[in-house]
Design a protein around this ligand. Structure first.
Ligand code: BTN
Length: 255
């Protein structure tokens, strides 16, 4: 391993010391004609973004990258790639963390390490007039050396969980390799095998969760995810609802 990531030939690496946000840079590059497989990696971000307009604190020492993808699919299908990315990260982290570490997933896009958030995925896309996806930017942030304090959901880093000195470059290399595998599998076999693998690592299945929607808050059993990736919640009285976008909290009430 060197300081320069060795990525599979399907990628074109754009390596930067510092940028506002790798997702934003990827979108600017799309405007200049960048194609499928362009991977923007920065050692630090000045305005890293999380889901729902939140800040993603981005000091040097952690991984920040965004991959441009141009899959031939609908926007709903493209959203399934965030589950593929979570699987790719779990597979990529496994050889780098202590044995018996627990790497699990929190719907929709979080990767947990020993029940605390270690990584987040931010998927942004544009749809062509045909209704098909024009481009997709898959952004990934992994807390390698440090994690932010005072987050709503507890956060951690590989270092804080006893992984020793893991190199950011190694996390990027492993993730990018496994992402290709997962994307090829999704292209060939659809979402079903990814869904199945994701559910094996899903946190809180069968337990009580609370989802906060714009107009209501639902508490019930986390039944699983459906064939599109939507969360299925079982309410008291037996009614089942599917939720496509929300924050999910473990337990009866949102903090
Ligand atoms: C979340 O969990 O809220 C998603 C976090 C995504 C953070 C990554 S870091 C690389 C890429 N660039 C950004 O500005 N955000 C994503």
């Amino acid at each position: 391993m060197t300081d320069t990531p060795q990525l599979p030939p399907a990628y074109r690496l754009v390596a930067l010391d510092e940028i506002d946000s790798t997702n934003d840079e990827a979108k600017r590059l799309i405007g200049q004609g960048a194609g499928d497989g362009t991977l923007v990696w920065a050692r630090a971000q000045l305005r890293g973004r999380g889901r729902r307009g939140r800040e993603w604190v981005s000091p040097p020492g952690n991984l920040y990258c965004s991959v441009i993808l141009r899959p031939e699919c609908t926007p709903a299908q493209a959203a399934q790639l965030s589950f593929a990315a979570a699987l790719a990260l779990a597979d990529g982290l496994s050889p780098l963390v202590p044995p018996h570490s627990q790497i699990t997933f929190k719907w929709p896009n979080d990767v947990l390490f020993n029940e605390k958030k270690v990584a987040g995925i931010l998927l942004e896309s544009s749809t062509a007039e045909s209704g098909r996806v024009d481009w997709l930017v898959l952004g990934l942030g992994v807390n390698v050396a440090s994690s932010p304090a005072d987050t709503a959901f507890p956060a951690t880093s590989l270092h804080e969980e006893g992984s020793g000195p893991v190199a950011v470059v190694e996390v990027l290399e492993n993730f990018s390799r496994h992402l290709l595998t997962q994307i090829n599998r999704w292209r060939d076999d659809g979402f079903a095998p990814i869904r199945e693998k994701w559910l094996r690592r899903a946190a809180g299945v069968g337990e009580e969760v609370t989802v906060v929607l714009e107009s209501e808050t639902l508490t019930g059993e986390f039944v699983g995810i459906d064939e599109t990736g939507a969360l299925i919640i079982g309410l008291a009285g037996g009614e089942r609802r599917t939720v496509t976008s929300s924050d999910v909290f473990f337990g009866p009430r949102a903090p």
